[in-house]
Design a protein around this ligand. Structure first.
Ligand SMILES: Nc1ncnc2c1ncn2[C@@H]1O[C@H](COP(=O)(O)OP(=O)(O)O)[C@@H](O)[C@H]1O
Ligand SMILES: [Mg+2]
Length: 288
């Protein structure tokens, strides 16, 4: 078999020592986690993972908050929340320091709550530049609700600007959805270096919580090659659970529902249920 056509990824190695240091001592007890769901590439499954992982965790009795930090607001519409009806949004929390509790809305899923995004969030990236402690706005906003939820999942926009930076400064870990295709590898290496820099500069707790392979197509040879390579470099950081490409997953948002409510039995729903289980088990394992 010819060598995989991608290159340049080998230059990156996980900074094991820094990751281990970040994981030590400063961690929250299990079940009190803020996770940034981030990847600077669009269309890799961030929002889908935010919505459906949140639903699967809520389904096993965890109290979950999704913070929609993408101006496109796909997590809000995908959870059935009408963005025109919301009074307060993630923009108000980030820019106007509105208390987060005032921006929280319930969803159709018991135990799953949302801070919706409004269209004005697209301006926040620029407005934040001139604000005091611009990198810490979300971190400070989350201080007050730390105890109120078991998990907070932040759906990040497809960039590494101030919105994503705020998410990573507020977070305990980064969950990286990764689509197994050619450019994904370079993107992942760039993202991992960014996380190292944020840990060094802003948030010593930050580490890669895990990498989840999304929209996996096992008929596609490159998918498997890339998956093997990612596992080769990132080892156990890559979840065993793989999210398959499944048309039901892509249909669900147009019904304003998580795929778990739209079609519980489809392979996509089952995969997100497995992912939630794996995340919970790992976390418990890390603490015993
Ligand atoms: N497992 C999947 N199978 C099929 N389609 C998917 C799957 N995951 C995501 N999609 C679709 O791919 C597109 C991009 O996913 P999305 O979660 O919005 O990515 P991101 O938030 O990273 O931009 C959406 O149309 C979504 O419905
Ligand atoms: Mg998205």
């Amino acid at each position: 078999m010819p060598a995989a056509p991608y290159s340049g990824f080998g230059a990156y190695r996980v900074n094991e020592a820094a990751q281990a240091q970040a994981a030590k001592g400063t961690r929250q007890p299990p079940g009190r986690r803020i996770l940034a769901i981030a990847n600077q590439k669009g269309g890799v499954g961030k929002t889908t993972t935010a919505i459906n992982l949140a639903t699967a965790l809520a389904a096993v009795g965890r109290r979950i908050l999704v913070f929609d930090s993408d101006p496109q607001g796909n997590a809000s519409t995908g959870l059935g929340v009408d963005r025109n009806q919301t009074r307060r949004s993630s923009y108000d929390v980030l820019v106007n320091q509105t208390p987060i509790a005032d921006a929280v809305v319930a969803t159709a899923v018991p135990g799953l709550f949302l801070v919706p995004s409004a269209i004005d969030l697209s301006a926040a990236e620029l407005e934040l530049v001139n604000l005091e402690r611009r990198e810490y706005r979300l971190h400070e906003a989350f201080m007050e609700l730390r105890e109120a939820y078991d998990y907070v999942l932040i759906d990040c926009p497809p960039s590494l600007g101030l919105l994503t930076l705020n998410a990573m400064v507020a977070a305990d870990g980064v969950l990286v959805p990764l689509q197994c295709e050619y450019l994904a590898l370079e993107g992942l290496s760039h993202l991992a270096r960014t996380i190292d820099r944020i840990r060094a500069g802003f948030n010593t707790r930050l580490y890669i919580q895990g990498i989840v392979l999304t929209m996996f197509d096992n008929r596609n040879n490159l998918s498997s090659l890339v998956a093997d390579d990612v596992r080769g470099y990132f080892g156990d950081k890559v979840y065993k659970t793989v999210i398959p490409r499944n048309v039901r997953v892509s249909e669900a948002p147009s019904h304003g529902k998580p795929v778990l409510l739209y079609d519980l039995r489809c392979p996509g729903s089952q995969a997100y249920i497995h992912l939630a289980g794996e995340i919970l088990r790992r976390e418990e394992g890390e603490w015993t």
